[in-house]
Design a binder for this molecule. Structure first.
Ligand code: FEO
Ligand code: CA
Ligand code: CA
Length: 637
């Protein structure tokens, strides 16, 4: 998300030190001094040393396409020899037999119709093959948030219960069926797999916080069933065939009134809900239902193959502004789930399951993510790092410090991490695991408050003040994925060498970009990077040479980046999923035409973009984009 709660989400006033990382005086002096040449000289070896540190071999994957220039127009551009096509845009009927209302370009579809149509603001996406096929499968996708200026005929004015229901029904997740004929992928409708998850869908709470007193509400006195999932951002697939989705900036939907306690404040509670749901749906009035926010902020797990399955919120993975969650596997078959929290000065987590992944798919692993140890990352200045367990009774995580039990540790994972001295990061977004080398990558998208008044200063992992451009950090665990410590470095610092400000130049080798967000490896080991600069940044100021948001391919062995796709005006590129054969790539284009303020004017819905339909009187729509090579070859070659 570009104009988002995360840009406002800045609630870590804990005093746990970032000093462990700033304890390298040479680095501190150089970075704060702003000496550009010294900055590059200092950081370039960090990228270089990683080449010999165990990522893909020097003869690793090659980038075979011709890079494209930065984008400026309201078009989606891919390299010569490739074709990109939008499908499954916001409002398309999902494919439920007998209930497939067409999208109306004046936004006059009802709330009930929206509940069986594609939601808004497509984000994380994953292709699930049917019978192992690379030509037929299911797409699971997140609908992160809405632009209520586009969603309703009369926009965000005069909200009412029906409009709130439509907004709620445009959030959540979708599962839809797709099939390829030649180079043309189409939605399969009707489909017995077609499914929407909205704010009315029951989710089961599992793990140590399920049933906890802090999870109980008047509507759910057992504290074990939550209606809906909120602000689902990034996603991934598990080795056992399920879809993981992160609940990111859920707090902004709640209105707390004037009584905000310390717990709620630490999570960024606000007086009024940003979508006005709190005025028409008492569940989001946290003054009346103070425990309802505790039931959001979890990683949710969905089995797209079983349309009758009940989705689950996995509390053992901790509560956070979860961007998403990604699974690695230890040599003895346990699941290791990495997760970041996209908010300024928040944390990176790792969960190691107690049990091994069982053969038998989703049903055989229904409780796998309910038992294990959650830890938080500390990145030290010497290139080493430690995982610090969030276990009740260990260290400061005691009743005396406000943690009655393990459930409360998980519900208050931020407060626990504050006490444990975890490293405050520059907005962790997506993670990607290089299974061939064991290196784990994480985008840190930006943090304009780093080094600001009364805010944490730079540290080794987050080395730039007023960090407008972001960086990609990576680490390799000691031994296996469950190692207690790790070594780390930066793949790159994003930016433009032509910028006047040293901290905005970066050290990219190849095509430039800012604000990395989505990342993912393809079957050949190429790292794909997607960007999310804000509508008010694109093609201006420090971003003047960077252009519209984009997608690049990066050879992790050399660090070379090459621009592969440029996106329509004011959209974000997100979601990356390949068919098993590596010949089709699915991504999301989110919020084309987003206004700098974040909500469109219904009188001028196409002011900035009318992608992908370009229909007079229409409105821009988020969509899935399917990318193929015209000769049917591997994407990126
Ligand atoms: Fe939803 Fe952090 O991007
Ligand atoms: Ca983002
Ligand atoms: Ca994101």
């Amino acid at each position: 998300m570009a104009k988002d709660f995360s840009a406002m989400e800045d609630s870590n006033r804990s005093s746990n030190p970032s000093i462990h990382a700033v304890s390298d005086p040479a680095r501190r002096v150089v970075l704060r001094g702003g000496a550009a040449t010294a900055l590059v000289a200092l950081l370039a070896p960090m990228a270089g040393c990683a080449v010999s540190a165990g990522t893909a071999a020097a003869s690793g994957p090659r980038l075979g396409f011709t890079g494209i220039p930065p984008g400026a127009g309201d078009t989606l551009v891919v390299p010569e020899g490739y074709v990109a096509r939008a499908i499954a845009a916001w409002g398309e009927p999902i494919g439920i037999a007998g209930n497939m209302p067409a999208f109306r370009f004046d936004a006059s579809n009802s709330a009930a119709e929206q509940a069986v149509q594609m939601g808004m603001h497509h984000d994380g996406v994953a292709f699930f093959p049917l019978a192992g096929s690379s030509s037929h499968g299911l797409i699971a996708i997140n609908h992160e948030y809405t632009d209520d200026g586009l969603l309703h005929v009369d926009g965000f004015s005069a909200m009412n219960a029906e409009k709130v229901r439509k907004s709620q029904n445009a959030h959540g997740l979708s599962v839809y069926e797709v099939r390829r004929q030649g180079d043309d992928w189409q939605m399969v409708r009707p489909s017995r797999y077609a499914r929407r998850f909205t704010m009315d869908t029951p989710f089961t709470l599992q793990g140590p916080a399920a049933g906890h007193p802090m999870m109980r509400t008047a509507a759910d006195p057992a504290g074990r069933t939550v209606r809906g999932t909120l602000n689902n951002c990034a996603s991934s697939q598990t080795p056992w065939g399920t879809y993981l989705s992160g609940e990111e900036n859920w707090m902004g939907y709640f209105g707390h009134g004037d009584a905000i306690d310390a717990h709620q404040r630490r999570w960024g509670a606000r007086k009024d809900g940003a979508y006005r749901w709190d005025r028409f749906d008492a569940r989001f009035d946290a003054a009346k239902n103070p425990n309802e926010p505790n039931r959001f902020g979890w990683v949710v797990e969905v089995d797209p193959m079983d349309p009758s399955s009940t989705p689950v919120k996995r509390t053992a993975l901790g509560r956070a502004a979860h961007e998403g969650a990604w699974v690695a596997v230890t040599r003895d078959g346990r699941a290791v789930v990495y997760s970041g929290e996209d908010a300024r000065f928040e944390y990176i987590y790792r969960f190691v399951s107690r049990d091994r992944i069982a053969p038998g798919g989703a049903r055989a692993n229904r409780e796998l993510l309910d038992h294990g140890v959650l830890s938080v990352a500390r990145f030290d200045a010497d290139g080493r790092g430690q995982w610090i367990p969030l276990v009740h009774g260990q260290g400061p995580l005691t009743a005396a410090n406000g943690f009655a039990d393990q459930g409360e540790v998980l519900i208050k994972a931020r407060q626990a991490s504050d006490l444990l001295g975890a490293t405050k990061m520059d907005r962790p977004e997506w993670l990607a695991i290089d299974t061939s080398s064991g290196w784990v990558y994480c985008t840190l998208t930006n943090n304009s408050q780093r080094g600001g008044n009364n805010r944490p200063g730079v540290d080794a992992a987050n080395p730039r003040a007023n960090n407008t451009m972001g960086q990609i950090i990576r680490w390799k665990e000691d031994g296996d994925f469950d190692g207690a410590g790790f070594r780390w470095n930066h793949l790159l610092l994003a930016g433009d060498p032509a910028n006047a400000r040293a901290e905005a130049r970066g050290n990219i080798r190849g095509d430039i970009f800012g604000c990395p967000d989505g990342i993912g490896f393809d079957p050949r080991g190429v790292l794909w990077i997607q960007t999310d600069a804000g509508a008010s940044q694109m093609n201006q100021g420090e971003f003047r040479n960077i252009g519209n948001n984009q997608m690049l391919a990066c050879d992790p062995a050399t660090g070379e980046t090459r621009r592969f796709l440029t996106a329509p005006t004011h959209s974000e590129v997100t979601g990356v999923s390949f068919t098993p054969d590596g010949r089709t790539l699915f991504i999301s284009i989110q919020h084309p035409g987003e206004t700098p303020g974040g909500r469109s004017d219904p009188a001028e819905p196409d002011k900035y973009s009318n992608w992908p339909d370009y229909r007079p009187g229409g409105r821009p729509r988020s969509a899935t984009v399917v990318i193929r090579k015209k000769d049917g070859g591997l994407i990126g070659t």
